[in-house]
Design a protein around this ligand. Sequence first.
Ligand code: SPV
Ligand code: MG
Length: 435
Amino acid sequence: MKKKVYIAMSADVIHNGHINIIEQGAKYGDVIIGLLTDEAIATYKRVPLLDYESRKKIFENIKNVSQVVKQDTLDYTKNLKKLKPDYVMHGDDWQKGIQSVVRQKVIDTLKTYGGELIEVPYTKDVSCTDLEQQYRMLTNTPDNRRKKLKKLLALKPYISVMEASNGLTGLIVENAKVEDPETHTVKEFDAMWVSSLCDSTFKGKPDIELVDLTSRINTINEIMEVTTKPIILDGDTGGKQEHFVYNVRTLERLGVSAIIIEDKTGLKKNSLFGTEVKQVLEDPDVFAAKIHAGKQALATRDFLIFARLESLIAGKGVDDAMMRAEKYLDAGADGIMIHSKEKDGKEIQEFMKKFNKKFKDVPVIFVPTTYNQFTESELHEWGANIIIHANHLLRSAYPAMMKTAKTILEHGRSKEADEYCISIKEILTLIPGGK
Ligand code: SPV
Ligand code: MG
């Protein structure tokens, strides 16, 4: 009987490196491709450009591939135990870094039944990551971009969102990565939050719906030009219903993925003032009608409208928030955001206990600015599906800039501020293409 060779791949963008390894594998026996599912890929890198079924079809038609099977985790163990291939083949680029743990498990499993690991030289000069990045920018059309949030919500238990307020902070959210020392997977933000507080503050203006939609759209365009991740817009109160129906279509056309609007009326004040300022809640039926009209106005099913509940901010309690949540979801809201400025997170937990009893599979958003002692996975246990870190790039940049400004004033020169600055060489090459 012909021997079996197992090769695991995610292969979103297929290149000669993949073909090389399949060719090598075919010399040892029948090649079985363990194709990573979209969910498995999303645990360690971005959502694939092509979905599982499309990638499967491609692989089934590649020469020398005899079978394509699903691999639903990064870990090969389950498939190896089931299929007992004689060989596992992989490029020799996985001996270090995040993949080394996966590799060790493969070696241990193969040992249990006498299988063998074959490592072939990694095909140089082709980097999947580079190709993917180029491809991502090329396919960064409004249609593709808009869909990404819904896709992510379907693939991941929860998504992590970070404030982006201009091109540069957009690039930080797009590119920041850390390796999780426990799971050895790479973590990055899933999406961007265009905050009204941050957009206004970067422009030196108060967060009272003074920065108009034209200006907000300029910010969005600036971010969109240089990034590819989905965008969630803080739409404040959404304004008048007659304006809202136009505005959602404009945002949808641009490729924004979602808007969150809050159920307040009158001159909007930032929620984190709580009851220190006048916070007037909108009549829930009027707000529900605005949501309904917004949903009706849309041209696609990809653009999401979330209803933001301000009952806890206005001191109206959990039951008021529940009553409103029901009305807004009935009106067609795609999910809710429950906001609170309390530090202990108790009222959010109390709300979620009631909410979870009544609603299943409704996306819930938290903005844990004041209760940030809880981790994303803890908040997910309470029921959050989207967690927004709403203002942290702005809040960390401001003190750093003020310190530098004062240091220069104090010394009458900038030498002493050097230690707070990245070098000229670094700043010149920070954005590729400048040279
Ligand atoms: C924002 O980021 O502008 C928000 C969240 O609306 S909060 O500031 O907490 O109200
Ligand atoms: Mg806001």
